[in-house]
Write a protein that binds this ligand. Structure first.
Ligand SMILES: [Mg+2]
Ligand SMILES: [Zn+2]
Length: 176
């Protein structure tokens, strides 16, 4: 079976609610957080797959068309690839936050579906996020959870950014 790292997008890969960007509604608004290409490159060396798993309720709420979201993800993947960092697939929940769908995190459908599609051993995989909904979704799917921020009661580890998290994940994966 394959091993994967699932990454939340906003607040993990790119800025959100900063001075220069509120929510990312077009490709030009995607600003990578420091160290992100390097972190993904390191993870690529150890893991079979790196995925992005993101809630994009702005589509359901009418702030952004789904075609625009796909353009943002194509741009994100292409820019990272220029740095040698490979994202194998970016999946998203486009529904309204209160729609009650199965895919919006903290539900785990997006992760579980990728797991089946790519034959992933979820118990030896990781979900990285900056909200507890990310960690809960990962736990429901059976992954370990790595939180970016100050603290999270459910997470297996907490770090300030993806680069620090990647170093820990690589060590943890090697120790199992
Ligand atoms: Mg986030
Ligand atoms: Zn959904």
């Amino acid at each position: 079976m394959n091993k994967a790292v699932f990454l939340d997008r906003d607040g993990v890969i790119n800025e959100v609610l900063t001075n220069r960007v509120k929510f990312v509604n077009k490709p030009q608004e995607l600003y990578f957080l420091p160290g992100v290409p390097e972190a993904i490159k390191k993870l690529n060396a150890v893991f079979d797959y790196i995925f992005v798993v993101t809630n994009q309720g702005g589509v359901g709420l009418g702030f952004m068309k789904e075609s625009q979201l796909i353009k943002i993800h194509d741009h994100m993947i292409a820019e990272l690839k220029k740095e040698g960092a490979i994202i194998h697939e970016a999946v998203y929940c486009p529904h309204k936050p209160k729609a009650g769908c199965a895919c919006r995190k903290p539900n785990s459908k997006l992760i579980v579906d990728l797991g089946q599609k790519y034959n992933i051993d979820l118990a030896h995989s990781y979900m990285v996020g900056d909200t507890d909904t990310d960690i809960i979704a990962g736990k429901k799917a059976g992954t370990k959870g790595v939180f970016l921020g100050k603290s999270d009661p459910l997470a297996d580890a907490v770090f300030p950014d993806l680069l620090c998290a990647a170093d820990w994940i690589i060590k943890d994966a090697g120790a199992r």
